[in-house]
Design a protein around this ligand. Structure first.
Ligand code: FES
Length: 268
């Protein structure tokens, strides 16, 4: 306080015009309403809303950028896992069980998911029934005593029709292909045909890529069957940027499922 001006110093003058309810700002006498109160909190909120509207209208790029970071992350896995296959009843799948349950003549669609939950694969045993003839052994990537157990993606490499629209055709189901193959995988959507004895290479189009082939492992010590990867020349599973991205991993085990096939004979 300035003691030299006790009566004129503005700091000690009585200021009745400054008294009032905390949080409210009073317009002083010079104002048009002669001292009308208004709520500063509401006024500031209005300013914020106006500024947000201007930012939204003029900052489309900013909004888009913000939404970009709101996208869910791409799910997937870093490496191919080693997954044990289980039979339809949940027991460990063995080559002995496969030989007894599935042969080149099996009509049902036998599937397991690998490496992701939304990536189904055919499990095929190309050996004939016990004592029978035909079928194939020592095929590319085949495992088991006859190297006849193989697995291929059950999603067509043309436009992605899944099983059972794409199904395995046992011998005699439909006419043989031009190359004389009597059992094959065929897609009813547009007619692509794949050679199950040769890495699911293309027998007829319009697909131009083979079906991705699962690398199987036969553990001879306990006869179990495992999936451990995809062959190096396999394209990505159709609909996936990479076979390792697009869903969550199946886990440490994957159980077989069964579907009824859809068969449609085409004129090759
Ligand atoms: S999606 Fe299979 S042939 Fe077209």
């Amino acid at each position: 306080m300035n003691a030299a001006c006790p009566s004129s110093c503005p700091f000690v003058l009585p200021r009745p015009e400054l008294s009032g309810t905390p949080g409210l700002v009073r317009r002083l006498a010079a104002g048009p309403a002669g001292g009308q109160d208004y709520d500063e909190t509401k006024r500031n909120m209005l300013k914020l809303l106006v500024l947000a509207g201007i930012a939204g209208a003029a900052g489309g790029g900013l909004t888009g950028g913000s939404l970009q970071y709101a996208q869910p992350p791409i799910v997937g896995i870093a490496n191919f896992p080693r997954v044990q296959l289980l039979d339809l009843d949940g027991s460990a799948l063995t080559s002995a069980k496969i030989a007894g349950e599935y042969t080149v003549e099996t009509n049902d669609v036998i599937l397991f998911n690998y490496p992701l939950r939304n990536e189904p694969n055919f499990l095929l045993n190309l050996s004939p029934p016990k004592g029978g003839t035909g079928g194939a052994s020592n095929v590319q990537g085949g495992v088991g005593p006859n190297k006849s157990i193989v697995a291929y993606s059950a999603i067509c490499q043309h436009l992605g029709c899944p099983a059972p629209n794409i199904s395995y055709y046992p011998p005699g189901t439909c006419p043989a292909t031009p190359g004389g193959q009597s059992f094959y995988i065929h897609c009813t959507c547009h007619g692509s045909t794949y050679d199950v004895t040769n890495g699911a290479s293309n027998l007829t189009g319009p697909a131009v890529l083979p079906l991705p082939q699962v690398v199987l492992e036969w553990n001879q010590s306990d006869d179990t069957i495992w999936a451990t990867g995809m062959t190096p020349n396999s394209p990505p599973v159709n609909g996936h940027f990479s076979t390792l991205t697009g869903d969550y991993a199946v886990g440490s085990q994957s159980q077989l499922t069964k579907q009824q096939p859809i068969h449609q004979c085409d004129t090759f």
